[in-house]
Design a protein around this ligand. Structure first.
Ligand code: GLU
Length: 284
């Protein structure tokens, strides 16, 4: 049997809810069925929103669900240097640029773009600047200490990869899908003060940890199109994917911290039985 390594990768920005339980139970069950492994990875690059008590609750919630994971657990905030190195590789490949624009200026560029690409998962995708910034202006802004974001230039990726760009595919549930990173536009991969984005850290870690199967919620499906491009640029292998439907409220609303869903911690403390794949609101 070929290796099967998957992962559950929560962000400790709040307490987990039953939607997370579904995701975790699915990933751990898939690994068990395949005789493989499910790793736990703590995605805590957002230092403003992550809290140690939420990380602690993740361990307690998962243990309550009856899950066991290999240790030590990879915690992304311990590895900013690696994401920096990955970013530098992309910069060296000539596909990144500094974007000093404010949110408002970005929206103006989007409104002026000749081809509107439609709505992306994070709002309308940024099509890139109409005119590139001169090296002189960039130096002046850097010297003035202005904040900026590192954006991936899809136009430069296309130039670099040539025909390979349109041929990038990934496998979702046995079906080959053509990657369309245009859906996310010139995505932000790092900021001046935050050395990485979710996308860059996730692709780096999936490769480093030898993840063969990514099992995660449908809300991240669009990101996979960008992840596939990053895998090509970083010359790492591509896992196969399964994006499962999200657990919703009876009214059809997606479960989220703000939708008032019960947290696993509250259920645990109330002495309720832990959800299972069969009982967790009928994990979709
Ligand atoms: N950390 C992400 C989240 O909590 C999941 C990332 C992934 O599974 O790729 O939504």
């Amino acid at each position: 049997m070929s290796a099967f390594i998957t992962r559950f990768a929560p962000s400790p920005t709040g307490l987990l809810h039953p939607g997370h339980a579904c995701s975790a139970l699915r990933a751990f069950q898939a690994a068990r069925d395949a005789g493989g492994q499910c790793l736990l990875r703590i995605e805590d690059i957002d230092r403003m929103r992550c809290r140690p008590q939420y990380e602690q609750a993740i361990y307690e919630d998962l243990a309550w669900l009856g899950l066991q994971w290999p240790t030590p657990v990879r915690r992304q905030s311990d590895h900013f240097g690696q994401y920096q190195a990955a970013l530098e590789r992309l910069i060296a490949r000539g596909v990144m640029y500094r974007c000093f624009k404010t949110r408002r200026e970005v929206m103006e560029d989007i409104a002026r773009a000749p081809h509107r690409a439609g709505e992306g998962p994070d709002g309308p995708p940024y099509p890139g600047p109409l005119t590139a910034m001169s090296a002189e202006e960039e130096q002046t802004r850097l010297a003035a200490g202005q904040p900026f974001a590192w954006r991936l230039s899809l136009a430069r990726c296309r130039d670099l990869l040539g025909g390979q760009f349109d041929g990038l595919t990934f496998v979702e549930d046995g079906v080959e899908i053509r990657a369309r990173p245009e859906q996310l536009g010139d995505a932000i991969l790092a900021r001046k003060d935050v050395g990485t984005s979710y996308h860059l850290a996730c692709v780096h870690d999936d490769a480093l940890q030898g993840i063969t199967h990514v099992i995660r919620g449908r809300d991240l499906f669009a990101s996979t199109h960008l992840h596939r491009l990053l895998q090509a640029l970083l010359e790492v292998s591509t896992p196969v994917y399964h994006h499962h439907p999200l657990l919703t409220t009876p009214g059809g609303q997606r479960l989220a911290k703000r939708s008032g869903a019960p947290t696993l911690a509250a259920m645990r403390q109330a002495g309720l039985p832990p959800p299972t794949l069969a009982t967790a609101g009928g994990c979709p």
